[in-house]
Design a protein around this ligand. Structure first.
Ligand SMILES: NC(=O)c1ccc[n+]([C@@H]2O[C@H](COP(=O)([O-])OP(=O)(O)OC[C@H]3O[C@@H](n4cnc5c(N)ncnc54)[C@H](O)[C@@H]3O)[C@@H](O)[C@H]2O)c1
Length: 253
């Protein structure tokens, strides 16, 4: 694809799952790809496979090193690393703090590091792997649902603030995707996500279609558009429906 041919691309959390699929697809489309992951061995393995560059570490702090690795310029940044963080209001301070840090603040910190140079150049692309939980809500996972709403809100804010200045933003909001994270969602994931789960490469395909069509909202599961409308159109009806799902989940445990 012309828009990414030769581009310098960073994908966080790309040692496996959706991030690895994004890294593979960007490389296949002719981009130069930095593969980040907290797990250095996984980052190196994917980088080796696709002819990319591994920059392991916490996604919150990798922009300077990634920029150097790409010869001084990051054209596309995929804020993909995330933590699944299930639990309720009582999940605990450390669970909530980690979810905020990885699912939201890592995006904010990356944008802080990248936006000035993108505004100067008049171009840049920020891809946020959010989740359908950022548009809807995942039963049994308060920290995840809340922080994914935050990630979506931040992507929206970036887009509406800078779209006339050359910065493009995409928010990817899938339901279940067959990765390690899906396996860790337990019985709630089994009930809600697994029946319609897709492959990580389907998410990459949806992103590339969205880039081609210059769309902000990327829905690898198209039915999410209807659920999102239903929530906005009649919140109480939607909450009653979701509560039925909650009760079904409780009964199955
Ligand atoms: N799998 C799903 O069903 C699903 C659905 C919607 C959205 N998502 C989102 O997709 C993204 C990728 O998840 P996945 O399903 O591929 O999960 P995954 O567990 O397969 O991959 C996540 C990767 O991120 C890495 N990581 C975690 N914290 C990190 C950090 N601070 N810095 C760098 N790397 C870090 C992990 O080591 C792991 O390799 C996440 O943001 C997730 O919330 C997943």
């Amino acid at each position: 694809m012309e828009a990414v041919q030769g581009a310098g691309v960073v994908v966080t959390g790309a040692g496996g799952g959706i991030g690895a699929a994004l890294a593979r697809r960007f490389a296949a489309e002719g981009a130069r790809v930095v593969v980040n992951d907290l797990d250095a061995d996984k980052a190196k393995a994917v980088a080796e496979e696709i002819g990319g560059i591994a920059v392991p570490g916490d996604a919150s702090a990798i922009v300077p090193e990634a920029r150097d690795a790409l010869g001084g310029t990051v054209d596309v940044y995929c804020a993909n690393a995330g933590v699944g963080s299930g639990g309720s209001e009582a999940a605990g301070e450390s669970v909530w703090a980690l979810a905020w840090d990885v699912n939201v603040m890592a995006h904010v910190r990356a944008a802080e590091a990248l936006v000035p140079e993108w505004l100067e150049r008049g171009s840049g692309r920020f891809v946020s792997t959010v989740s359908a939980a950022g548009l809807l809500t995942m039963i049994g996972a308060a920290p995840y649902s809340v922080t994914k709403h935050g990630a979506y809100a931040f992507a929206e804010w970036l887009s509406l603030t800078y779209r006339h200045r050359g910065i493009k933003v995409h928010a990817i909001c899938p339901q279940g995707v067959r990765t390690d994270m899906l396996d860790s969602t337990g019985s709630a994931g089994d009930l809600v996500l697994k029946p319609t789960a897709i492959e990580p490469q389907d998410v990459a395909e949806a992103l590339f279609q969205g880039i081609e069509e210059d769309r902000f909202l990327i829905l690898p599961h198209p039915e999410v558009a209807g659920f999102y409308q239903a929530r906005a159109g009649d919140p109480d009806r939607w909450l009653t429906h979701m509560n039925h799902l909650q009760q079904k989940w409780e009964a199955a445990q």
